[in-house]
Write a protein that binds this ligand. Structure first.
Ligand code: COA
Length: 168
């Protein structure tokens, strides 16, 4: 597990975080997602949406959804001033713990073919390349699909019980 030193903290994403998330989106992605996406996801069922704070400053976030036995990482970003300090690793540790709690078979995500830092980050966490989605992004770039297999069995019964955003 990655442990972040004080004053870093992690907690569930809230609607009050939307402005900070929008700022980090603009700093982190060539085509930032609209705040509406995050607004809808916060508090939606079968989601795991966490933010990292440095004192009172939003420094990063991860937005995930659980469906069909798989956890999909929709978004992860850390503010440029806070990178290479283990923030994204700590967020992904939480995603892994959530995925284990819901007995997921795997965690998967898409990453831009050109995004070498993110690909290196995911590879270091045990994600393997599992395919490519052509022109996945709005600007026409392809996505690499990366997957981390988990111990969760192929589910024959219904999904496990889960309440609220993260179950915390
Ligand atoms: C990818 C990203 C989330 C990583 O966040 P981070 O908090 O800096 O990551 P961590 O500090 O936890 O890094 C853990 C390890 O990942 C690897 N890594 C992270 N950033 C890297 C980089 N720029 N180049 C190479 N390896 C990198 C390293 O092995 C690093 O360990 P180290 O710092 O001890 O060498 C961050 O760079 C980011 O927000 N990028 C812009 C948004 C983005 O691309 N998101 C992913 C979209 S799919």
């Amino acid at each position: 597990m990655s442990a972040l030193p004080e004053p870093f903290t992690l907690r569930d994403a809230r609607h009050a975080d939307l402005d900070g998330i929008a700022s980090l989106e603009r700093l982190s992605f060539p085509v930032p997602w609209k705040p509406d996406y995050f607004e809808v996801e916060i508090g939606a069922p079968w989601r795991f949406n966490r933010v990292a704070l440095f004192g009172g400053t939003l420094t990063g976030y991860v937005f995930c959804a659980f469906a069909g036995g798989e956890v999909h990482v929709n978004k992860i970003a850390v503010g440029p001033a806070f990178r290479r300090q283990g923030v994204a690793s700590a967020l992904m540790d939480e995603v892994l713990a959530f995925s284990t709690r819901v007995n997921a078979e795997e965690i998967y995500l898409e990453v831009r073919i050109s995004n070498q830092p993110a690909k290196a980050f995911y590879a270091g966490l045990g994600f393997a390349e599992a395919g490519r989605r052509g022109r996945y992004y709005l600007d026409g770039e392809d996505a690499l699909v990366m997957v981390r297999k988990l111990a969760g069995p192929r589910r024959l019964d219904g999904p496990p019980a889960m309440k609220g955003d993260s179950g915390r």
